[in-house]
Structures are given as structure tokens and as C-alpha cells.
Design a protein around this ligand. Structure first.
Ligand code: NAD
Length: 259
């Protein structure tokens, strides 16, 4: 019923924005922060601010350890939810993806790079805070495996940091501006796998709602915006999204044969 309704909304919409959080990637084996068993049930978020990271090599050692052991540097594979979102693009129904995720999985599933707005950066890279050279995370992880617990820049020995936004850091301004613009210009905004409590990312659905867009939320647990949603589906993104997109495909086909 809700799946059918969401498929209808997608078919009718002119501009569909998909907004994703860590929950879209749990079925790829990357834990989220706030679910039971998530990263915050094992680590204290207070320990992972940019201020702490910059404060000492010991703090950096702890943060690299948490990022690698916690699964955030995992080079995961897209799951059926990522592929279903990419299929919306193939069907001509995707304006863009705005994501809080740092795992690169939307691009890996086939959404064009220029349609993915990464509000919190991308963990596939590490950046030197002094000379700004970037290194593939795969390479940095190799150094860690070889025993370098606090990797620094091989070029200038500056501090090396994952190219993701840490707590206490500003979001990339241009990406935030573009994501806001797309949110304010859509007529359907679909949230998938986010608690909607991390700001300013969580303002995006509100921007969309304020301009009259319909809101759909697919999430395992309740969110603060559930009461605004035209469609609310509590369930697994990897199970729901392929069903929704299959219905969209069928509806679009029957529309084109009728016209
Ligand atoms: P969150 O951890 O706060 O919430 C994830 C939400 O997803 C929860 O409400 C949970 O119920 C839901 N969920 C979990 N599995 C799901 C599934 N299979 N289907 C549908 N819903 C599911 O994550 P958030 O809201 O994205 O915000 C936290 C921060 O986490 C973000 O800043 C993000 O950068 C970071 N993060 C990213 C990754 C990643 O890139 N994969 C992983 C962990 C954390």
C-alpha cells in the first residue's frame, strides 16, 4: 500500500531528491552510528571531534583506530537500495542524491558523480592538512596495517586526516549551498536511512517541506519528521527500495504505451 503510494508519487513528481543517511549502507555491512550495535554503542562520540584529532598524536591514533575498527573505512559494496536509487536515475526520475554518507556507494552503484552531494565528505581519501595532497584511503590503510598507527603525509609530514567532515568542522560550503538549492526546488523529497538529528544536514527535508514538496521517509526507527511525511515506511531500505522502483518502472512503461 505505502510502496504503491510512493511509486505513484515518484511517477507524478518532476524533481525527486533522495536524501540518505548511514541506514542506507548498513545492509552493505557498514554500521550506522545510532542503531543498537551502531558505532556509538562502542565508542564515545565526544572523543571524535576535530579539536581532539588536532590536539595530539595519541588522539589521532585513537581516532584512526576507531575509524578502521568501527568499519567506516571499509570499502563496501552497494546493496539493493543503492542500486534501486541508481535505477531511478536510469528511469529519468532522479534529480540528485544528497547524502550524509562518506562511503562512496551511491557513485559505485552508478549514480553520476555530479548528481551526488556529499555533505560530510568521502572516506575514500585522506588529505594532508598542511600541503593538501590527497591520498587514496586504501594506501593509508596499508600503512596502518604495516604498523604506522598515526599516518602522516609522506610528502611534507603534515597531519593526515580522512577527507570526511569531523564533529566540530564546517561542511563544504559549495556542496551545502547546492544541496539546499536542490532541496528547495524539488517536489518530492525521499529520506532513506537517517535519524534526521544531525544538523545542518537534517535541515534539507525541512527546506523541501517549506516549499511544498511531498516528503517520504523510509527508516527502521522513528524520526522527528515522521508526522510531516506523506508516506512513511518503517523497514529495511534494501528490501523496500527495489520494490518501489520496480513499481515505478512498470507504471512508467504503461504510461508510455498508453500515450
Ligand atoms: P544514524 O546512525 O544517526 O541513523 C541511521 C538510521 O538508519 C537509524 O534511524 C536507523 O534506524 C536507520 N537504519 C539502519 N539500518 C537501516 C536499514 N537497513 N534500512 C532503513 N533504515 C535503517 O545515521 P545518520 O542519520 O546518517 O547520521 C549520522 C552520521 O553518520 C552522518 O553524519 C554520517 O556521516 C555518519 N555515518 C556514515 C556512514 C556511512 O558512510 N556509511 C556510517 C556511519 C555513520
Amino acid at each position: 500500500m505505502e510502496i504503491e503510494l510512493l511509486a505513484d508519487l515518484i511517477v507524478q513528481a518532476k524533481k525527486v531528491v533522495v536524501f540518505t543517511g548511514a541506514g542506507v549502507s548498513t545492509e552493505s555491512g557498514i554500521p550506522d552510528f545510532r542503531s543498537p550495535g551502531g558505532i556509538w554503542s562502542r565508542y564515545d562520540p565526544e572523543g571524535f571531534t576535530i579539536q581532539k584529532f588536532l590536539s595530539s598524536p595519541e588522539a589521532r591514533r585513537m581516532q584512526w583506530k576507531m575509524l578502521t575498527e568501527g568499519g567506516l573505512t571499509t570499502q563496501g559494496e552497494p546493496n539493493p537500495a543503492h542500486y534501486a536509487i541508481a535505477e531511478l536515475e536510469n528511469l529519468g526520475k532522479l534529480d540528485c542524491v544528497i547524502t550524509q554518507n562518506v562511503d562512496n556507494l551511491h557513485q559505485k552503484a552508478g549514480v553520476p558523480e555530479n548528481k551526488v552531494f556529499e555533505l560530510h565528505g568521502n572516506m575514500q581519501w585522506a588529505i594532508c592538512l598542511s600541503c593538501h595532497r590527497r591520498f587514496p584511503m586504501k594506501e593509508v590503510l596499508q600503512w596502518i596495517t604495516e604498523g604506522i598507527e598515526v599516518p602522516d603525509c609522506p610528502n611534507c609530514r603534515g597531519i593526515l586526516k580522512p577527507d570526511a567532515v569531523f564533529f566540530g568542522e564546517a561542511l563544504p560550503q559549495e556542496t551545502l549551498t547546492e544541496a539546499t538549492r536542490h532541496s528547495e526546488n524539488c517536489d518530492l523529497f525521499i529520506v532513506i536511512g537517517s535519524t534526521l538529528v544531525v544538523y545542518p544536514a537534517a535541515y534539507m527535508p525541512t527546506h523541501a517541506k517549506d516549499v511544498g514538496a511531498k516528503l517520504a521517509i523510509i527508516n527502521l526507527s522513528p524520526t522527528p519528521l515522521d508526522h510531516y511525511a506523506t508516506v512513511l515506511i518503517q523497514g529495511k531500505a534494501g528490501e523496500i527500495m527495489p520494490k518501489v522502483v520496480e513499481k515505478v518502472r512498470i507504471k512508467l512503461q504503461s504510461k508510455s504505451t498508453k500515450s
